[in-house]
Design a protein around this ligand. Structure first.
Ligand SMILES: [Zn+2]
Length: 137
């Protein structure tokens, strides 16, 4: 999947905004628009769960962003969230949630090392996790 460096930077910025240095913070989340094989827009959403343990895309943000993505002629191609203090790998909670959103690429931004954020992409199908390389351009 192709993704612009500026979009990766925005996901990292959102992750850090939700978890300031030295604080426990919260997981952040958002939706990603694009087309087949390319991510072209990142949209911040509120974490309705408001905790560092998990995330839940706020329903009204989800509605608003989906309308925007459609109006821009894009498709929903990805969902991102942060891990405030664990590796960039889907948790069991993430795998369970994935069943509700078939076909999207899951981006996880880890702030386990605050100064070296890691963003990785995964396909999750029928409970199986498969990493997909991000072609950052
Ligand atoms: Zn997660």
């Amino acid at each position: 999947m192709r993704i612009g460096k500026d979009l990766i930077d925005e996901i990292v910025a959102h992750s850090r905004d939700a978890r300031p240095r030295g604080e426990r913070g919260e997981e952040c989340c958002g939706l990603i628009g694009g087309s087949d094989g390319e991510m072209t827009s990142v949209h911040r959403a509120r974490n309705a769960a408001a905790t560092w343990l998990r995330y839940e895309v706020h329903p009204s943000d989800q509605f608003r962003i989906m309308e925007r993505i459609e109006a821009d002629g894009e498709d929903l191609v990805g969902i991102y969230h942060s891990h405030t203090n664990s590796p960039a790998y889907p948790s069991q909670t993430d795998v369970n949630l994935a069943a509700q959103w078939p076909g999207v690429l899951w981006l996880i931004c880890s702030l386990e090392d605050y100064d070296i954020p890691v963003v990785r992409g995964f396909r999750i199908r029928d409970g199986e996790i498969e990493e997909e390389d991000l072609d950052v351009v």
